[in-house]
Ligand binder design. Structure first.
Ligand SMILES: [Zn+2]
Length: 211
């Protein structure tokens, strides 16, 4: 049987017969017996109607600054489709999930910053990346709390907390309360929603609003 749960063209050797069920177990119970305590969204789109958001961005010196007021990135579906690959669009704009152990950034051990694939907002630092064993890139905290929004997700018969880019609503993944000490959080990411920039090149992420 093909390993059909998830999105992508990964040709992993990890192809159990009952892949979807196994994936559900590994994701929620086997490695994470504490799962079941639904994390309540900490930062909701209270001002979603606002055209501006407060976020942290990089300046031309490669330093993280802010929070600054930045306009929300709002493109039509057609515009996002032109900007993204079909896989990126399906995950980032249509709330898809890439296959476990298949993401291009899962085993990335370089120092640097993971930014939103859609709008370039910095989201996570390699300093907070850890090996969760789940098959998805995992972090214990965002690069700045304001940059990652949270929403309640009741899809697939589970209560989870979805994480999104605060500037453009890009679907990033979910956050669970079973991460390592002291934060005890596991931000479970799709590689397809992220773009990695090495720490030697952070000035490339410079936002014009940062001055
Ligand atoms: Zn974004």
């Amino acid at each position: 049987m093909a390993y059909s749960w998830g999105i992508g063209s990964c040709t992993t050797k990890f192809k159990p017969k009952y892949a979807a069920f196994f994936n559900y177990l590994i994701h929620n119970f086997w490695l994470y017996p504490n799962y079941g305590i639904a994390r309540q969204p900490q930062f909701v789109f209270a001002e979603k109607v606002d055209a501006m958001v407060k976020v942290h961005v990089f300046n031309r010196s490669g330093e993280l600054v802010g929070p600054i007021d930045a306009p929300r990135a709002e493109l039509s579906d057609e515009e996002w489709q032109r900007q993204l690959t079909p896989e990126q669009y399906q995950i980032a704009r249509d709330k898809g999930t890439e296959r476990a152990f298949c993401g291009t950034l899962l085993d990335n051990k370089q120092q640097g910053v993971y930014a939103c694939i859609c709008c370039g907002l910095p989201l996570f630092s390699s300093d907070a990346k850890f090996n969760s064993g789940t098959g998805w890139p995992s972090f214990f905290q965002p690069i700045a709390a304001e940059n990652v929004a949270e929403e309640r997700d009741a899809s697939y018969g589970m209560i989870r907390t979805e994480i999104l880019c605060a500037r453009c609503d890009c679907h990033l993944g979910h956050v669970f309360e079973d991460g390592p000490s002291p934060m005890r959080l596991r931000y479970c990411l799709n590689s397809a929603s992220l773009k990695f920039t090495p720490s030697t090149d952070l000035a490339a992420l410079a936002d014009p609003l940062a001055g």
